[in-house]
Every structure is written in structure tokens, then in C-alpha cells.
Design a protein around this ligand. Sequence first.
Ligand SMILES: Cc1ncc(COP(=O)(O)O)c(C=O)c1O
Length: 441
Amino acid sequence: MNPACSRWKRSCAPCDGPFYIELPLRPSKNWTRCPHPVTVITFWENLLRNLRQNGATTPFFVFSPYPVEQALKSLSTIEKTVPVPVRHWFPCKAQPLAPLLDWWRRQNRPIEVASDFELMAARKLGFQPENILLNGPCKTWLNRFEDLRGLRVNIDSENELGAILSLAKELDWSLGVRCLTSEEKDPDNPGCPTQFGLEPNKAVNVLRKLTRERVRLETIHFHLRTNVESAEAYQRAIEQVAGICRAAQFKPGYLDVGGGLPPPWIKSRSGEYLDSKMKLSALAPVLAKAVDLFPGLREIWMENGRFLTARSGVLVTMIRDKKVRRGVQQLICDGGRTLNAMPSVWEKHATFVLQPRYSRLVQSIVYGPTCMAFDQLGQMMLPSSLRIGDDLVWMDAGAYHLQWETHFSHGHAEIWWHEDSRVQKVRSNGQFSAWWVNLGG
Ligand SMILES: Cc1ncc(COP(=O)(O)O)c(C=O)c1O
């Protein structure tokens, strides 16, 4: 048997589906294509052993830019097919981690921000205004900022346009319009549109008004939702925004198709892989054909957060107590859903044990330390011999985990950053004083 596979079986859950890695991760030379992400596991295993020996205390996150690099490489399928340049904007909201944003800036790549704090973070890290795309709703706070000549802004509503138009002219902003296509639905109420963007007739009016006002109008934009199921959804949305542009006689330089690509290796609560139907090889021709629908198009923009960053980090929690009830192994850990991993509400992530534990796999539930039955990282098969003091590694913790942390009865987890074969602690675990101040103490 492939020793790598037996190792995966020994300590990993879930192990019941096709796991694929697209490319070997740096820095190991020996990693090959494998139906299980053993190479990925090995990367994290080595890193985590090193960290545990060097003083990391649970719960902690560790993040690395190399998996992001791999994700970018896999997007080159699209870049090779599309006849205009494809620009990737980093959605700050997906993983607003300072060293990662800084790494991204050092790659000469641009950032998408959706709040005043995210804009301040981008400026603090040295992103130039033309490499910042301001997106999202409620941008009426914008006049509080200086030094933003050349910023890029996607307008979300007519009210917002009224609030920022004079500033946009004065500071020569490059403007775009976010359209609400019929493809964009509230995932929790699929019958309802979301609250974002402009409906087609309003988008046409706003585009006409901006043309009359002679501002720098360059972009047409939509963002469907997270974990878009298939390339066809993008195709239908692109056709709708092409119709909006024709009606407004607007020829955009940039088509911004938003984010929403699902990450690999993560399952929905119902047990299906999030990316089971979304193939980059199917999306590439859809985007290539889009170029014909927008005469004069210069670039396609993408804003994928989850796809780029989910794989870039893991959460390590220690088993602090163990109970066996009705044949189920209950593992109570020092980190969990409530404090660190809100996406566990709707996602199942692979979890493995850092210590070697050779034994039968049994039904297990991994809990966090708070007094909430809700505080469950997930139900999974894990070795029956797990002990108090073992480390459980929750994979793919790199998107929307830090943003959704809470301080429920406990302080924040440590954060470690791995780059150029070095690891460094970039946030210490939360102390009582910080926790108390947060609560008005
Ligand atoms: C406008 C916009 N772009 C990009 C993203 C990133 O989405 P995802 O992480 O699903 O790719 C979001 C997420 O909310 C968004 O609202």
C-alpha cells in the first residue's frame, strides 16, 4: 500500500472521497499528483511539528502564501485561454491578514476592499490608489479620506452615486457599476435577490448619467455569491451585463466578474465537494467568449477570496477533555467553531491528528471550549485512541475564519506566519486585559 495513503487513513477525516491537488506545493520537490492531498498534509505536518517544538500554543492558526501561489497557478488555465489579460484582485474581506496582504502587494497584485478599515489597511501597507478597488455597499463614508487620486470604485446604488460623484470627478476616480443580475440570489432565501448592486434598468440609468457627467467610467461588475456551482452561472450573468452595456451604449474597458469560485477539498454540510461541478476548464472558454460581447474590452477582472485563501492556513486545537457517549467519541478542544471557525456551520473540512495514533476509526465529534452545544467543528471518523493533549488540525482555515472570530468567554488564538522557510508569531493569544477592554471593562 502507498505509505502516504496509509498515513492519511491513520489520522485523517474525512477520507471518503476523491481528494485532488492540482499542483505540487513548494518547497518539497517530491510531491506528486495524488488522489489524496498527502502532499498538502505533509507540508502542514512538517510545519506544525516545527511550530509545536518552537513554542506555538493552542489554539493557533498558521498561514502561508505558498498555497495561494498554487491557487494562482491553477488559475493560469483561464489566463491562457482568455485573449485579454486577466487581473486578480485580492478580496481583503476573505483574509485580512497583514503579512498575507503585504505578500500580495509585493507580487505587484491589486487589492479589493469593502470598508473604511480595509481601505486604511490597504493604504497602510502601501497599495497605490489605482491598485485599490473599492467595492461593496454603503460607501458614503468616502469623503473622509484624502490622498485617493486615481482610486477605483464600483458604484453600488443611486444614492451612493449622489454622495460620491463630485469627489470622483475631482480625484479622477475610475468608476464601475455593480449590476444585480437574476443569477445573484440570497443563498439563505434563494427566491430573493440580494441587497447588492443595481437592477438592470437602474444600472442603465446610472451608466448613462455617468457618461453624461464625463467621469472616468471604465468597469462593469457583478458578483454572484460565494461557491458558485458552475461556469454556466457566470455565462448567464455575463450575457445579462452585456445587454445592460448595450442598452446604455457603454463600452467597458474592464469586465469584473467578482469572486465566488469554490475552494478545493471542502465539503458542504450535505457532504458534496463545493467544487464538484465548477471546473476551471469550463469557466475559461466562458470568459474567453465574453470578450466578444464587449467590444474594446481591455481586461477581465476576478475577485476570488475563498478559492485563493481557504487552503492557505490551518487551525490547531488541543484535545482538553474526552468523553465517550453512546459509542461516540466526544473531543472537547481549546478552539472550535464559536471562537475560531464559524465556516464549520456550513462546511466540512478535513481534520487530522498531529500525533501518530494507529487505531480503529470511530464516529467522533470535535467541540470547542465554550458553553454552547453549537460549538462543534464537526462530526467525523477519528482514531479511537486519541488522547487528551493530542493536536487536531482543521484544514483549509484560510478564508473567512479570522473575520468571524468571536471572544466568547475566551481570548483570541495565536497567529503564525510562514514565509521563506521561516515562521513568526504575528499575533499572541488574547490576554484577559484585551478581552475585558473589549467588553467595556
Ligand atoms: C464584491 C465581492 N467580491 C469578491 C468577494 C469574494 O468572494 P469569494 O470569497 O466567495 O470568492 C465577495 C464576497 O463577499 C464580494 O462581495
